[in-house]
Design a protein around this ligand. Sequence first.
Ligand code: HEM
Length: 415
Amino acid sequence: MSTLPDFLRIDPASRRVSLDGRNPAFYGDPNRVYALLHVHCPTFYWEEQKQWFFTGYDHVNALLRDRRFGRQILHIATREDLGLAEPEPHLANFELAERYSLLELEPPEHTRLRTLVNRAFVSRHIERLRPEITELAERLIDGFEKDGRTELLSSFADIIPVTMIARMIGIPDEMGPRLLKWSHDYVGMYMFKRTPDDEHAADRSAKEFADYVKTLIAERRKAPREDLLSHMIHTEQKGQYLSDDELVSTAIVLLNAGHEATVHQIGNSVRVILESGLSPAGMFRDEATSERTVEETLRICAPVHIFERWALEDVEIDGIPFRRGDKVSLILAAANLDPGKFSAPLVFKPDRAEAANLSFGAGIHFCIGAPLARLELNTVLPILFRRLPGLRIAETPRVKDVYHFHGLERLDLTW
Ligand code: HEM
């Protein structure tokens, strides 16, 4: 029986777990806790979060696809029915920006919006971006190569995903820093320990962000270009166009989801590769090997760990009865470590060929940006390790002070 660290209590009989999500010993290395949960209690009630959590691969995979659960419930029930508080006035701008986010919708609204943007994100369209991603990565490395050291997040990882998604939507490169600021404030809403200041910052940034997108919509209405925003404005489905609120929400969710996770994944991947002691040259020797390496990094150090679902009806899963309106949490990053699916799950094995990782989700909300994120990772990581073959970690990497997102605050490298 493996011993538990002092910050973790598990009672397998009642399936109750006590764990402070704000403890750095936990979020600094959540994989260690996930491995223990797999041994003792893969489905558990997290006392501090007051909710049921699933870590088993088959459960998480099935729940993501289970239409008795949804990301939204207000399409079939009122706040009053569910005993939910009314939205807070100081979050009005945030709520409006989220109102038509793909991540907050269920069919039929979800199907309509997703169909309209999906075409731009299919692999054959995305593949055309490879030269641009290559050029950007090479240029950034040109900028710091002679220094012999760099902080990779600010000099590289932070810049590539936001530039690419902004260009796709039709936003000029020089907006990059403002987009990053808005989006950092915005995702503050998803943190375990958010404060009233975080909420005000998120609401303010949602307003600025929405106002900016509205100006851009007005410009593209007058003068369409070859970009996603023009495409969304002018595409109709069964005679219906997207409303301005729908356009704003869609642009915002694409921008936010489109870079935050990929930034963290670039940092996490470089770290795990360098810490493995294996030869990066071997991991990226050709396209097929690179793809496997990238998938293994997505499995073992996913950037976003938890996604929630509402039970849309009464339903029992793994012996636990849920009532309509209950919330459940799925720990995707833990499902990726299920010993029933992956041999020696805590070990980074770049040539692993086992189950597919669940880092991009599954079912109707499966990450629309997965082909873009995969292309970015498969393009920039080989370039980085080829250009800087002596790459080493210069200082112990600092993990971000949050749980939900798993990424690095800094990654100081030398060569
Ligand atoms: C490594 C990078 C990324 C990871 C790990 C990731 C992960 C995920 C996951 C797990 C979901 C499903 C959430 C759920 O089921 O509740 C999701 C949805 C989504 N992702 Fe990503 N994502 C990444 C990059 C991107 C990029 C580059 C874009 C840019 C377009 C993007 C846009 C979206 C959108 C719009 C959704 C909502 C789709 C829907 O609800 O239909 N993501 N992502």
